[in-house]
Design a protein around this ligand. Sequence first.
Ligand code: C5P
Length: 241
Amino acid sequence: MSLTPKERLIVALDYPSAEQALKFVEQMGDSVIFYKVGLELFSAAGPDIVTRLKSLGKAVFLDMKFHDIPNTVAGAAARAVAMGADIFNVHALGGMAMMRAAAAAASEAASRLGVKRPTVLAVTVLTSMDREALEREAGIHVGEGIGTFVAAKARQAKEAGLDGVVASPHEVSDVRSVCGNDFEIITPGVRPAWASSDDQKRVATPFEALKMGADRIVIGRPITRAKNPHEAVERILAEIG
Ligand code: C5P
């Protein structure tokens, strides 16, 4: 996918209030054009935060990881389109019927509202779940290894009509080889060499993540908690430019 460095960088707005998030967005000005709204900020600020970001000319990845019965997820997908999300996601473990319902509802809502259908992604396996947790706690048979399992889930997402997946840097190449180039891969767990890894365990630098085949990267704390967030963004954009 041919994208500019600014289009490849999604900054995670993990803030507990709209005020704090919007203050940061204002401070960043034009240097960031794509933001991720996750469960914390959405729980605090509701759909209004998405509308506000859109009115500021920003692109929005609504990271709600929908996982429910197909009818409910279809309703939520239609709301995500109405809010103006450019990307939203669902859990692949919600099943094929649920993923199909999300894709169909997104298409239907987009054509009804006369807008572009958002990119609909699947979360394959949470990176906080290792093989032991998946098999012993969730009763999920992983088989050969997490990479193969993730790639199989990504293939199901593609078959269900989704546009791509969220995948850790280490799963990108497995997904790419199974799903091909016409499938968007967004990668969190990205840390510039100069930043702390925080609680992220299997990290890659922005350059490495894109080299492994990711289309876009999600970065939060190395930017939002940097002493100089502008400088952090400039360094990252230079690295991936
Ligand atoms: O601050 P940091 O760069 O670690 O933020 C990463 C963002 O990506 C967070 O919003 C986190 O919820 C999200 N994320 C993740 N790992 C996943 C999926 C999403 O870190 N597997």
